[in-house]
Ligand binder design. Structure first.
Ligand SMILES: C[S@@+](CC[C@H](N)C(=O)[O-])C[C@H]1O[C@@H](n2cnc3c(N)ncnc32)[C@H](O)[C@@H]1O
Length: 255
């Protein structure tokens, strides 16, 4: 395996010592797109927010600062990233305002209609079945919710040797629009725009707005209350979740 492939794999799932180094670098080089994406998400103080693929947990910290009366969830498949993100967000986790899971994009451990906003920065390259992931995001979003996806544009990514086809799927604005449509988001709900990130990097932003509920519609019960207190476990994908020690649900032998 070449060095570039090794780096590509580390970005897809940071592991071992190299994963710790990769996490530190991501914190620095992905600062700008994360800031722009968090800004575009328009987080309100009492929102429940979910980040997909939180990496070193930099955006989780920004989201928690913007939702002081809300709640921030994150999922990431990498135990090394979970460790880094938990360290970075220790205070908010201890305060019961942030909960991070080791879980996969396509099996989110949350109830239907349980979050207001979803952030996904530099992760769509790894969505093997993007429409399925988008449908899973749609499932957990409440009516009136919002999604922001950032990806570096194909025109820039194709120059980066680590972003080979064995690890990364690349997108142009047209390709991203088509994927969103296949995931059930048409032009009324989703907009895709090109942005210029620092250093001549072309970026893509997709913002998706979920229509509001019709008046009087009752929302399904959300996971929030249980997860915050650590008193219950989500009904789905439980086997994928690494529960933080303080939030571990009682085992069945505890009654
Ligand atoms: C390139 S990093 C981006 C991290 C962060 N969002 C940023 O912009 O700095 C991609 C992250 O997605 C995670 N990831 C990749 N595939 C995943 C999957 N199928 N489910 C959950 N997380 C995944 C990786 O572990 C990694 O932390």
């Amino acid at each position: 395996m070449s060095l570039w492939q090794t780096i590509g794999r580390q970005l897809r799932k940071p592991s071992g010592l190299g994963g710790h180094v990769t996490g530190g670098l991501m914190r620095l080089v992905n600062d700008k797109p994360n800031r722009l994406a968090v800004e575009a998400l328009r987080v309100q103080p009492s929102d429940t927010v979910l980040e997909l693929g939180f990496g070193p947990g930099h955006a989780i910290a920004m989201l928690a600062a913007r939702a002081p009366a809300g709640f921030v969830y994150g999922v990431d498949l990498s135990p090394v990233m979970l460790e880094q993100a938990q360290k970075r967000n220790r205070h908010a986790i201890d305060a019961g305002r942030v909960l991070l899971y080791e879980a996969a994009f396509d099996r989110l451990p949350f109830d239907d209609a349980s979050v207001d906003k979803v952030l996904a920065v530099n992760v769509i390259y790894f969505w093997h079945d993007a429409p399925a992931v988008l449908q899973e995001i749609r499932r957990v979003l409440r009516p009136g919710g919002r999604i922001v996806i950032y990806a570096t544009d194909r025109s820039t990514m194709r120059r980066w040797k680590f972003a080979g086809p064995d690890t990364h799927r690349l997108f142009s604005a047209t390709e991203l629009t088509a994927v969103l449509r296949r995931g059930g988001f048409d032009g009324h709900q989703a907009t895709v725009s090109n942005i210029r990130v620092a250093g001549g990097i072309n970026g893509l932003f997709a913002t998706i707005s979920i229509p509001d509920a019709s008046p009087g519609r009752r929302l399904p019960m959300s996971l929030d209350a249980g997860a915050r207190t650590g008193s219950s476990r989500p009904p789905s994908a439980a086997s994928l979740v690494r529960w933080p020690r303080w939030a571990e649900p009682p085992s069945s032998s505890d009654g």
